[in-house]
Design a protein around this ligand. Structure first.
Ligand code: CUA
Length: 200
């Protein structure tokens, strides 16, 4: 009657569905290709799973958050703290802010063949950053810090392009980066000089 249990009904539907699938005639050759493509999909899912869980490969925008509204007052992303810096351990850190429609600072110089840690934030909407001929490419999601560490092997001038549509000026949103030969690159002068009188 009308009090038919739901579970057997779905079970029956599933069985019918499988039976129908089995009844479909699939050409021998097509069956081979279906199997092959399933194996390829399985292989890719396997690689991603292993990389994510065993090698710790994750998207660059992790879970570090930043308040976009008060970012310019925040020490790390205050205007005079942007650009290239070298920390106490000698790591090169680059802080950049994306906003409609440019990247701040507009131009930076970095050394080649040196690990560079970029920290990107957005002050308004979703932007992206892409540096052609390098592996630098990430989304810059408002409210999150996108951190990437990479190395540029070849000196040269590269454009820094926005690759997420962010408004009418999107296609004009770009800046420049100069990669300078490691031995010619100098630490930006705005860093407070260490030492003091004994440096002379
Ligand atoms: Cu910023 Cu497109």
């Amino acid at each position: 009657m009308q009090t038919e249990p739901i579970k057997p009904k779905y079970g029956q539907l599933l069985r019918d569905f499988v039976a129908q699938l089995r009844a479909i005639h699939i050409d021998q050759l097509e069956r081979k290709w279906i199997t092959l493509s399933m194996l390829v999909v399985g292989l890719f899912v396997g690689i991603i799973t292993i990389d994510a869980f065993f090698h710790g490969v994750n998207p660059p925008s992790k879970v570090e958050t930043v308040d976009s509204a008060s970012m310019h007052l925040n020490k790390e992303f205050a205007e005079d703290n942007l650009g290239v810096q070298v920390d106490d351990k000698g790591n090169v850190i680059i802080r950049m802010v994306a906003g409609r429609y440019t990247f701040f600072p507009k131009h930076i110089s970095v050394p080649s063949e040196t690990p560079l840690t970029f920290r990107w934030v957005s002050m308004d909407v979703l932007h992206g950053v892409h540096i052609p001929m390098t592996n630098m490419s990430t989304m810059i999601v408002p409210g999150y810090v996108a951190e990437i560490t990479t190395t540029f092997p070849k000196p040269g001038d590269y454009p820094v392009l926005c690759n997420e549509y962010c408004g009418l000026g999107h296609n004009h949103m770009w800046s420049n980066i100069s990669v300078i030969a490691k031995e010619d690159w100098k630490v930006p002068v705005k860093l407070p000089a260490k030492g003091g009188s004994n440096n002379e």
